[in-house]
Every structure is written in C-alpha cells, then in structure tokens.
Design a protein around this ligand. Structure first.
Ligand code: SF4
Length: 141
C-alpha cells in the first residue's frame, strides 16, 4: 500500500531525526521514515491535505494540517515538478530532490516552520544531493 504524503513532508522527512510533536507522532513518523530509508522502492502517493504523517498529530493540540501550510505543499510540489494524485517511488522522489533542491531552498520555502532553525532539513537535502544515505533514526552521526 502506498504511503500517502503531502508536498512539504517530502522535505520534512529528509530532516527527520526522531524529533516531533509527541511520542505517538514520532513512532508513526519513524516507521514511515525507516520504511522509506530502507525500502526506497516503496510507493509514495502525493495527496492534498492531511496525510499519513499528519494522522498521528496529537489530537489535543492545535494542528496546522490545514490553512497556510497548503501554500508550502504547493510550493514544494511546484519546485519538484510533481502534482497531487501522482504515485512514484521514494527513490524517484529523492532523485528529483537531488536535481531540483539545494539546502538553501529550505530557508526560502519554509519561512514559517519552527523546525527550520535546527538545520536538519538543510542537512538532509545535502545528504540527498551528495547521494549519501539518510541516517537511521537513533543512529546520528
Ligand atoms: S523546515 Fe519545516 S517545513 Fe521545511 S522541510 Fe523542515 S520540517 Fe519541513
């Protein structure tokens, strides 16, 4: 079964290092990250709005799954030349990221994201650009 992802999460996954909004959120995101990392031929379906990562967002916290974050989804998909409704492998996603995105783009695209200042997303884009594997979560270098 395809992993359903919204546009901006294609980049968020590159910077995922085990940090998140709650234990349940991290358990779910780690499972998705590790599946994609270890099985890059896994199929990703690009969707509009809440996806398989959003579904584990803490239900008692104000979420940002809708609203202006849609503009970020659109901007990332446009940058990558993808459209919602497409299905492709994670390997193809990474290949396109390596062609179209440089680390500094995170600063241009993700202006409102609190995670941006950690630098891990820029680092993740750099890994992909250099053809290096993403690190296992819990096995930081
Ligand atoms: S800075 Fe925020 S929105 Fe941008 S890729 Fe990282 S986590 Fe995602």
């Amino acid at each position: 079964m395809a992993i359903r992802l919204r546009g901006h999460h294609l980049l968020c996954l590159l910077g995922y290092r085990g940090m998140g909004y709650s234990a349940d959120f991290c358990t779910n995101m780690t499972a998705i990250y590790e599946t994609l990392r270890t099985e890059p031929d896994s199929v990703v379906e690009l969707v509009t709005g809440p996806d398989d990562i959003c579904r584990a967002y803490p239900p008692d916290e104000l979420n940002h799954c809708s609203g202006t974050v849609h503009q970020l989804d659109d901007a990332v998909l446009a940058k990558l030349g993808f459209k919602t409704g497409e299905s492709l492998s994670w390997r193809e996603v990474c290949d396109r990221i390596s062609q179209e995105v440089v680390p500094a783009d995170i600063g241009h695209l993700c202006t409102s994201c609190p995670w941006q200042s950690y630098g891990v997303c820029q680092e993740g884009v750099q890994y992909i650009a250099e053809g290096r594997p993403l690190p296992a979560v819990g096995n930081l270098q």
